[in-house]
Design a protein around this ligand. Sequence first.
Ligand code: 26V
Length: 795
Amino acid sequence: MSNKDVPTQQFNSLESWMRACADACRPELAQRWHETQAQDARSGQRRVHYLSMEFLMGRALRNALDALNLSGDFDAAARKAGHEGSAVLDREADAALGNGGLGRLAACFLDSMATLGLPSFGYGLRYEYGMFQQRIQDGAQIEQPDDWLRAGSPWEFARPEIRYTVGFGGRVEADGPGSMARRWVPAETVRATAHDMVIPGHGTRRVSTLRLWKASSTMPLDYASFSRGEHAGAAQQRLQAERLNWVLYPDDSTQAGRDLRLRQEFLLVSASLQDMIARHLAEHRTLDRLGDHIAVHLNDTHPALSAAELMRLLLDEHGLSWDEAYAHAHKALSYTNHTLMPEALETWPVRMLEELLPRHLEIIYEINARFLAEVAAKFPGDAELLRRVSLIDEQGERRARMANLSIVMSHYVNGVSALHSDLMVETIFADFARIWPERFGNVTNGVTPRRWLAQCNPALGAVLDKQLGDQWPTRLDDLGGLVGKGNKVSPTLIKAVQAAKRSNKERLAELIRRELGISVSPDSLFDVQVKRIHEYKRQLLNVLHVISRYQAIVANPQAEWVPRTVIFAGKAASAYVAAKSIIRLIHDVARVVNSDPRVGDKLKLVFLPNYSVSLAEVIMPAADLSEQISTAGTEASGTGNMKFALNGALTIGTWDGANIEMAENVGREHFFIFGLLADEVQRMKNLGYDPRLYYEENARLRAVIDAIGSGQFSPGETDRYRALVESLMNRDQYMLFADFAAYCDAQARVDELFRQPALWGETAVRNIAGMGFFSSDRTIREYAERIWRAPLNRA
Ligand code: 26V
């Protein structure tokens, strides 16, 4: 046996260990899943159906073991076999069926719905390739396919008996004189087959379902063509259908107006609604009370065609009247908006809908006509208002506005943090809020404390168990108990929390050494920004500060610098040039800083490639400082911010998204807040913002920009960052220059506190203690009570 075979051997044995453990969990999960389904069918309670194009699940084995109370046994058995438990778990591929925050939120929600005993289904698509894998070549991002199903998924249950036909294209025929009912005759059909993933609840036997649809051809092989020897032609049908499953759209920033994306969205919507109606009929025999029994939640507008498809199914397939169908749909539907960014608001060219979904377009027109008549009656003579709220944008190429459709058809619309929900009704949906003020509200996001604390940070988990008892993972408000009587924090507790942080930092330092060959000191302050790379999130502002710090260190190496390791990770949408340029700049700056002998441990800069749920699970527990520095008014909520704080990081952040509510719960004095407020940003823009003034007035900023612009970090190619610098100097859309000085001041305050370990540690504990509110259990309770009106059956 050659040396080269050894790792393969090890790999195989770890991999088979992982498989064996998953296979051991499967029957028990299946049993509990059956019990849950039977219970929900018997109870006849309202079920929630969470429709999302994205579920960013990550790995499932540790979560399954925990839910089944088998984690301890697993760790012991692995050790006995000579394996590290974590090495076994690392063999599982992430289910990365999502881009970022929106998809991960859906995954946290499934966990909470199961845990709280909410009768629930998640509905999504079974992409064969998930979020692309990011490689870095010469400092630049390269995308590679994510073949996560290569070896199959141990968590999937194929359900060949659960399948529906989904149509595309064709024409619409009248179906009887005078009737509203019409008949859609699609030109093509595909078959959607259910593949269920089990979602175990914690501290309950309940197991709920994530149902992912796989499209296949209704006519896999055209025998006539095949017999004529036209093999490629014979496979056409099959290809047409199967391309729907190929790949998750990896762009979370711009509307990707593509035919395939529209087909994917309709596949999700149509199969899921047919499934709900079939289940309802099996349990209740009639559709009379459909709207009372199903809640259909739209995770952003991606499943907004649900409004039209539900109407079509009820009108055309089940013979209901318009008013009956509308009443059911309106009772069932609710919608969450996740972004105010205009470029992410979905619209579809009417021409595409005409071609692909002609009946749905008719229904959208009818909904629009009735809606506009209602508005005209309520606000007579306001033609401008009608133009703005219309479901059809008539300027230029006519387009259907999916947010407008979602709002009109839903009984409730929510934003994802207090600020975001306020801005939503003041800006993008102001007209609708005037029409239906009672329809709008807020439900602040949360994260599951099982994955994001108990499982990813067992060291801190053990400290909490000792201090609070072991119920906190399902009762996160218990964290408040970390602060004792008289608002004191016990020094022993602080020490224990710091020891946990230290071991997590050592683990991350080891990973950085392994992945990048860079040695970083666990004594340094771990300053972390991990999230999608986007201009509004301002990774670039962070880089500007790093460069400024580098320049200051070089100018005065003898000063008492607080050693820092600045860590980035995140993916850029493949076509997003500016974001990719930021990744490149981070690498260029890192090369210069990390190799400068004058700097040493005082400053290190690392970019960890291929950010993922699994990587986040190692990073979050190890962070000292969490960077949440979006331009105020742009980040709808953020959820990474919550994961960091829950794991004892302090936050440096703007007054944006959920940062605000976090600071209020923790106490502003324990937060590093800086920068313009959302209304100041707006006011400044209205007055005419000139970034050059800041450049001219702030010598520190000038030195940083000049260094980038002169090619100091890109010696072979001095104008590599010309576009980036010009865009800052001429426009600076996200106001980095306006916030730069305040950001640097806040970073100086960070240094000051870090010099006082006991005080820093106490502040970390206070941050953890204030995070009880940000459990996704609380979020789901709010949805269930206020929006879905669905029961919780917590065992
Ligand atoms: C847009 C598109 C356009 C078409 C291609 C695929 C795609 C995928 C996603 C999006 C919109 C993304 C919106 C989003 O992710 N919002 C984030 O939602 C988080 C959960 O509510 C929130 O914490 C983040 O602040 C917000 O940016």
